[in-house]
Ligand binder design. Structure first.
Ligand SMILES: [Fe+2]
Ligand SMILES: [Fe+2]
Length: 244
């Protein structure tokens, strides 16, 4: 079973590279994942015309299921209202026999900083208090600082509490974006996976645009990074899953 994690497409911005966008569509077509998780920043400023561009692109992605959470760029200019109109909810959830994936909105309108909020902890707890499944929490902002990205900023103001919650709930993976560079941290039994930007020129140094894929087999999960420019697939990590 394959899950794709893609982020920071910035589809309507001047730094969007359409050739990379087409590569993503083609690669996705050959993967045909069970689920695509999009961790925000589909637009640059959350305007209606940008959402229309984003929606047209998202509809072309070949996948069985998709869940999308907004990024700080998407909620600018009341974009969070348009997000809900187009993608229904800022807190999507997907479940099957193997997984439960919960998306949460970590943004605040017109502020780049992340914020999950105490009022959402109970909801996260309720949705992810399940036994015998891989649990994934998806949100735009990173919960742990990412190296090589300068002075730390925009991390959720309540990241300490959210980290504690993830560890206590035994969340398997936390997916995030925002920093435009891929990275992984492990804390206790939780892997915090940040995806790079898939289609924007806003890259750190000479890094390349990329997205992630997790292949789940019987007792292990394999994390792979896909280079959007040359379509190379690199194995990043093999994880032994707990026996359910
Ligand atoms: Fe971004
Ligand atoms: Fe962002």
């Amino acid at each position: 079973m394959k899950i794709v994690h893609i982020s920071d497409l910035h589809l309507s911005g001047s730094n969007f590279v359409s050739e990379w966008g087409e590569n993503v569509i083609d690669i996705m077509h050959s993967i045909y994942p069970e689920l695509v998780v999009v961790t925000g920043d589909l637009t640059d400023d959350g305007y209606v015309y940008e959402y229309e561009i984003a929606k047209r692109y998202i509809d072309r992605i070949k996948t069985k299921n998709i869940i999308i959470v907004p990024g700080n760029h998407d909620v600018r200019n009341e974009g969070y209202k348009i997000f809900e109109e187009i993608f229904q909810t800022r807190f999507p959830c997907y479940k099957n026999e193997k997984f439960v994936v919960l998306g949460i909105d970590s943004t605040e309108p017109d502020i780049d900083d992340g914020h999950v909020g105490r009022e959402n902890y109970e909801y996260i707890q309720k949705k992810l208090s399940v036994e015998g499944k891989i649990k994934i929490l998806a949100m735009h902002h990173h919960l742990i600082p990412i190296p090589g990205t300068g002075r730390e900023r925009n991390i959720p103001v309540d990241s300490g509490d959210v980290l504690k919650l993830c560890v206590e709930l035994g969340v398997t993976f936390v997916f995030s974006g925002h920093k435009h560079i891929p990275w992984i941290w492990k804390l206790e039994n939780t892997y915090f996976i940040t995806a790079g930007t898939a289609t924007s020129r806003r890259l750190k140094g000479r890094s390349h645009p990329s997205f992630n894929m997790i292949e789940v087999e019987e007792e292990k999960a394999i994390l792979k990074e896909i280079n959007v420019v040359n379509e190379d697939v690199k194995e990043i990590l093999r994880i032994n899953l707990p026996k359910f």
